[in-house]
Design a protein around this ligand. Structure first.
Ligand code: SF4
Ligand code: SF4
Ligand code: SF4
Length: 243
């Protein structure tokens, strides 16, 4: 028995003593079927195959979901098996998304790795859908940022620089708009958005060290989050689980 087999066996044994009531929203890999949990045998092959270490195994406190793969976009988004070159152009690093390619049970379906396919996958194969809160968005409120738009791997399809119902003006900066028909829920926008808890609280508490990227936006983030009041959900653009 390998070390991994031992850990999996131990984890499955322990889950028998834990409540199976974990009900938080869970983002699954792209292509995960509706009956994903019934099909997933917790082999970890998708986790090992992901070139970006995006996929993580749920821990034993998740009960019956223990050791199944999930995505936490605040830590590592899904890069859709693309690599961005110095010219700013994304290129596929494999013919199919790797997590679905290696899944031995079909719990994650194979998806051809082209932008046309990825921007048009059926609803039941998406990771989730991104939702943007304009009141918290630096672009909508201060004509700044735009990081989500520039970093979206499905830029100009899933995330556009202007809503379709808005009249474009040369003097106005970008106004990010998510097209739910094309967003696959990769979480890149969620990951890069600087309107985050620690950025707002750092400026208020001065207890954390911010990156240069975060420091650039920190004052504006503090203003927006302070204005929104307690309990507001951050970041300004968030991936929610598919319906
Ligand atoms: S699509 Fe690629 S980057 Fe995304 S989770 Fe699967 S293997 Fe990782
Ligand atoms: S989740 Fe965000 S970054 Fe990913 S496709 Fe949707 S809009 Fe683009
Ligand atoms: S990254 Fe966040 S703050 Fe910046 S434009 Fe996108 S939603 Fe707005």
């Amino acid at each position: 028995m390998t070390r991994r087999d031992f850990l999996i066996a131990g984890g499955l044994f322990l889950t028998g003593f834990l409540p199976l009531g974990f009900s938080g929203p869970v983002l699954r890999p792209p292509g995960a079927r509706r009956d994903f949990l019934a099909r997933c045998i917790r082999c970890g092959q998708c986790i090992e195959a992901c070139p970006y270490d995006t996929l993580r195994a749920m821990d034993i406190t998740s009960g019956g979901m223990a050791h199944s793969p999930y995505i936490d976009p605040l830590r590592t988004p899904c890069y859709l098996c693309q690599q961005r070159g110095p010219d700013g152009i994304d290129r596929p690093i494999s013919e199919f998304l790797r997590c679905g390619e290696v899944c031995p049970t079909g719990a994650i379906r194979k998806i051809k790795n082209t932008k046309d396919v990825l921007a048009n996958v059926p609803e039941d194969m998406k990771i989730g859908i991104s939702v943007l809160n304009r009141d918290l968005c630096l672009a909508w409120q201060y004509d700044s940022c735009g990081e989500c738009y520039y970093n979206c791997p499905l830029k100009d399809r899933a995330l556009r620089d202007f809503p379709p119902d808005m009249i474009f003006s040369e003097s106005t900066g970008i106004r990010p708009w998510v097209d739910p028909r094309h967003c696959i829920g990769c979480g890149m926008c969620n990951y890069v958005c600087p309107v985050k808890e620690h950025v707002a609280s750092e400026v208020m508490e001065r207890s954390h060290k911010l990156s240069l990227f975060e420091a650039r936006y920190a004052a504006m983030v503090r203003n927006l989050v302070g204005r929104a009041g307690p309990g507001v959900k951050l970041p300004a653009i968030r991936v929610t689980v598919r319906p």
